[in-house]
Ligand binder design. Sequence first.
Ligand SMILES: [Zn+2]
Length: 270
Amino acid sequence: MPNLKTTIVKRIDPLPTNVSPDALLRSLGIAQPGDIDIEAIAYYVGLRIKRRRLTSCEAMITGMGNKGIISVLPTSMPERQRFSIAHELGHWAHHRGQSVACRATEIGGFSKTNQGERAADQYAADLLMPWSMFKRECRKHPRLDLKALKVMAGSFNCSLTATLIRMIDSTLYPTAMMVQHRAVIGRKWFRGAVQVPGYWFPKDALDSESFAFELLHNSTVRDEGFPRKIGADAWFDNRAAERYEITEQSFRVPGEGVVTILLLHPDMIE
Ligand SMILES: [Zn+2]
């Protein structure tokens, strides 16, 4: 005679509480980036999506037992909404039973100070851009430039910024770094490939010689169509910088300023 209580519990909650993104994708048989339907995945783990106006946050999750609702702002870009939903799924996996409201600055920024938000971002990236598929697609693009980034972002249906972070983290582009600037506050943040030594720390303010400076301060200038060479001292204070030439390519992100892809000289990472 089976234990009835156990059977019922299993039927109500067929998934373990903390199911990894890889396990989730495997159990749904998803093997192509185009098949990562985030709303279907949310439904599968007991969550409904509501698009509604929210005050003071961009997305939130409220849950009880095995069911919950993810609310997301309908006015964000579709790629951004996808990332926000995946981020809330991360909270569901890591912090089930809690209600969490996330401000725009807490989603996609990979916070260095808030572990919970960083874990939710990591979960979102792992779910929307799983390494096995992501690296396979990256290998079609030996060079990280804006053209490759746009193709990758399109394949995975993610924003340019979220995709660029993932490409930097892939370890496949050892000389790559991204720097994001806002006009008012100067350097916002940067992220380098794990192979880039910590002493290559970008300057706070943009050098007026860099194309990113023009892009940030002159709204009539268009994004750079191709990477171009510039002295490394335009980007780094380090005294050794004047010995090297690097490439830069910048583009605008609406509402977020200017993002620049830097490719360091190979000797800079040795
Ligand atoms: Zn959050």
